[in-house]
Write a new protein. Structure first.
Length: 167
């Protein structure tokens, strides 16, 4: 287990330090899922409440680690895409994400002239809300790409909930 944790933390360190995506994300995600399953099994077998709480916390940390890696990767993907650079090292999920981004930008170009709306990526969970114009939005989860009124966007940016997707 120590070796797997070491691999995961090394992957996170590299992902933070490098400008491009680190290869083999699916392998790391698989390791994290295997560890979560192992911790869940051990948690079910634990006899005392202290051990159960420690294992539950360990599982939370593993989940938060993989979420952090995914958010870092989504941010890099959006930046590389917006700069028109080649994106290497994508997982299958991320390839679908890039295709969706491309589809959104293609649609945006076709709708040009409608104005007032901006594309953004969600960084933290956002519950459903009513915007300044009275339009209902959400709920949104990290990684979602949204099209939102500029006035509402400003509020979400100030709260650190979204980042603008630049073309």
């Amino acid at each position: 287990m120590r070796e797997e944790l070491s691999d995961i933390l090394e992957f996170l360190r590299e992902e933070i330090e490098r400008d491009e995506l680190v290869e083999n994300f699916e392998s790391i995600r698989k390791k994290v899922n295997e560890l979560i399953n192992e911790v869940t099994r051990r948690e079910g077998e634990a006899k005392d409440s202290v051990t159960k709480k420690l294992l539950a916390r360990e599982k939370e940390i593993l989940l938060e680690t993989i979420k952090l890696i995914q958010l870092i990767r989504f941010k890099k993907i959006l930046e590389l895409y917006s700069e028109g650079k080649e994106i290497r090292g994508l997982s299958d999920d991320e390839k679908s994400f890039v295709e969706k981004i491309h589809e959104i930008f293609t649609t945006k170009k076709e709708e040009e002239g409608t104005g007032g709306y901006v594309f953004a990526v969600v960084l933290k969970e956002i519950p459903q809300f009513v915007g300044v114009s009275g339009k209902e939005y959400g709920p949104f989860k990290p990684g979602d790409i949204i099209k939102i009124d500029e006035k509402d966007l400003e509020i979400l940016i100030r709260k650190g909930l979204v980042k603008v997707v630049k073309e």
